[in-house]
Design a binder for this molecule. Structure first.
Ligand code: TYD
Length: 204
């Protein structure tokens, strides 16, 4: 039987630049002869991608948003993440549950206990092996978002929303420093890639 693969997630406020580094992580792992599955949340499965469309573009109650995030996550775990890890693939996901704590708790003000209850139900103790948190000030993130394409429902939020999201991410990193590694996303791409490669190397 093959050794189970590892699960790596990338996080940060919209505009932190994490999506740029997703390909680097996947390519680095492939160069180590790993089978790599690249995915994202919300999304990652046909049903999850349908839920993503609703989440990014339809107005809804904050608890509805949280529940749909976890509905998509349950499907993602059952249909893609767990089977891939079981066959020995490494899974790299653009966002996972830390985003629910950051956006739905930090950003929208939902109590952390609600997210923790859903996390326990859906994940049953499962967690990423490594989380790369791309940290950047709300001002710089805003400037990067402004240069990008049309904004979705989250990207249209005010700077104060992203400040709360950022702080919630940093609180998570302080609580779980071994798993969540904070990267200073003001740095250039090359400097960040050196740091990312070192963290991947540590993972074995
Ligand atoms: P994002 O990952 O930023 O994709 P893109 O780079 O294509 O815009 O978009 C996903 C959005 O979903 C992002 O604004 C954060 C939000 N989100 C949550 O609010 N909670 C969650 O649990 C997850 C996974 C994402």
């Amino acid at each position: 039987m093959s050794t189970p693969g590892k699960f790596i997630t990338l996080e940060g406020v919209d505009g932190a630049g994490k999506s740029t580094h997703l390909d680097f992580v996947a390519d680095w792992l492939r160069a180590q002869s790993r089978e790599v599955v690249v995915t994202r949340e919300p999304g990652g499965t046909p049903l999850g991608e349908t839920l993503r469309e609703l989440l990014l573009h339809r107005d809804m109650d904050a608890d509805t948003e949280l529940l749909l995030m976890f509905a998509a996550r349950q499907q993602h775990l059952a249909a893609l993440i767990r089977p891939a890890l079981a066959r020995g693939a490494w899974v790299v996901s653009d966002r996972f549950t830390d985003a629910s704590y950051a956006y739905q708790c930090g950003g929208r003000g939902i109590a952390a206990e609600r997210v923790a209850a859903l996390e326990a139900w859906v994940q049953r103790g499962f967690a990423p092996d490594l989380t790369l948190l791309f940290d950047v000030s709300p001002e710089l993130a805003e400037a990067r978002r402004a240069a990008a394409r049309t904004a979705d429902r989250f990207e249209r939020e005010a700077d104060s929303f992203f400040s709360r999201v950022r702080n919630a991410y940093l609180d998570r990193a302080r609580a779980e420093p071994a798993r969540i590694r904070v990267l200073d996303a003001r740095q250039g791409i090359a400097a960040l890639q050196v740091e990312i490669a070192a963290l991947l190397q540590e993972l074995g």
